[in-house]
Design a protein around this ligand. Sequence first.
Ligand code: KIV
Length: 270
Amino acid sequence: MSVHTQNSRMTTAKIRQMKGVDKIAMLTAYDYTLATLADAAGVEILLVGDSASNIVCGNQTTLPITVDEMIFLTKGVVRAAQHALVISDMPFGSYQVSEEDAVRNAIKILKESGADAVKLEGGEEILPAIKHMIQAGVPVCGHLGLTPQSVNQFGGYGLRAKEEAEAAKLMHDAKLLDEAGCFCIVLEKIPAALAKQVTESVSCPVIGIGAGNGTDGQVLVMHDMLGLNNGFKPKFLRYFAELAGNVTTAIAGYVAAVKDSSFPSAEESY
Ligand code: KIV
């Protein structure tokens, strides 16, 4: 059973109601055109991920992207969202320095971009910031497990919470985020059994990426699942299309048609 009709916008309350009723489909989006297509295809949450730092800007990590760059990208996605809830990632450095800073940046993102909610990475360490944001009226999505903003601490993008101590901390953190009032939590790249246990232990929906099938929903990076990101194929990723080849073939065809003067034709001219 679905808790939404085609013409109604998703809200954080509706996302909460989906737990145990209907799986939640979330995808990243960074621009108006692809966000429009994803929204029309029935995605419930469009995440303007800080993975835009890699996918849109070509950086090696998510660390360089700024609050203003995230706002610029989020605006286009918000304009596209007729149905989906829009979450904007809080970039590295925008919430770790102080609680005041975190609340100020979260409010700036919501006010200037029109996003419905923000997402930030971490557990107990950032709990005071999360509590302040929620008290200020900012809906917050948590993010635990592989948290790419901490890549320099982890030393890579491997599976997290394999060991008992890290798994116990993750479970503890998830409960804290849930009690603090996060409306959902993303779990990235952790064992499926742990993700299922966490999902069953918290009241808010849990959305997985590389976290197995026992969560309340799934999220993928849109460019990855469309097969646009040539060569990137971790075990958890399914290509639902292989568009990189199509795009390259189309552009090569255009280049050839320009060079042999077959484009534009008489019909394509005024
Ligand atoms: O930035 C991002 O794309 C994300 C998803 C991988 C969950 O945080």
